[in-house]
Design a protein around this ligand. Structure first.
Ligand SMILES: [Zn+2]
Length: 246
């Protein structure tokens, strides 16, 4: 087996096309560009200046220490003593390394034989490159073994018990609930329950209070406070959209 040489040395001014102008300009690039913008510059002037700085139409572009950052692709001025940096900032340096590492991994992967998986060996999901309409396992045992290893169910090979468990889960909303013990105090006939509405307590006439939108708003605000009220509104919206159940 021959080792593939994946060493790569970026020359000064080289840029990685994967990230070139696709990432935010690094710290060094921003610091460099800043010197070309006068204080209180007008918006449209700023746009022109930015375009010129990006394209390299600026005074000082011939400076041997001025070059494009290998990662973000914007101009910066090298601050190292030996004039050897290829990126404008530490962040861009890290970003560049990540891209190169990914590239190396890809190169090394080419031609390597992957170990066959359980699915490759026992599950027919395609034939001659086309996906099968009815994929199938080579045997029941292989199918159960696949699920068992992945803890899809925890009842060994007792399939019926597993199905029963799933059914119970679905019916009970996913959790096993203990039976509710209601302590009857000797009365098992229906009794009237009096609900407190708008300050009305007890028997008799029910007062209906009509409130305008503004009053209701003020009332809610006073009761919950601005933060809690907003949170509750978002929760209600989510619930209305089916995001989750209250
Ligand atoms: Zn950069």
């Amino acid at each position: 087996m021959t080792a593939i040489n994946t060493k790569i040395k970026l020359k000064k001014g080289d840029v990685l096309k994967h990230t070139f102008f696709k990432v935010r300009p690094g710290e060094g690039a921003v610091e460099f560009a800043r010197r070309y913008f006068p204080i209180n510059v007008e918006y449209h002037d700023a746009l022109e200046i930015a375009a010129a700085v990006i394209d390299g139409h600026f005074e000082g572009v011939d400076d041997p220490k001025v070059r494009r950052c290998a990662h973000c692709g914007y101009y910066y001025r090298d601050k190292t003593k030996n004039n050897s940096s290829v990126t404008c900032s530490k962040e861009c340096g890290t970003g560049k390394d990540i891209v190169l590492k990914a590239w190396r991994r890809e190169v090394r992967k080419v031609g390597k034989v992957r170990r066959l998986s359980w699915l490759d060996l026992h599950y027919a999901s395609s034939y001659q490159g086309k996906p099968l309409e009815y994929p199938f396992w080579s045997s029941d045992w292989h199918m159960f073994e696949y699920d068992r290893k992945r803890k899809v169910y925890s009842f060994g090979d007792d399939f019926e018990q597993y199905v029963a468990q799933q059914k119970r889960k679905a019916e009970m909303g996913g959790k096993r609930k203990t039976a509710e013990q209601i302590d009857y105090d000797g009365y098992n006939v229906p009794r009237n329950i009096h609900v407190k509405i708008g300050g009305h307590v007890g028997y008799g006439k029910v007062t209906v209070i009509k409130k305008g939108h503004g009053e209701v708003e003020a009332d809610l605000l006073a009761r919950y406070g601005p933060k809690k009220l907003q949170q509750e509104r978002i929760r209600a919206q989510m619930a209305a959209l089916g995001g989750y159940k209250i």
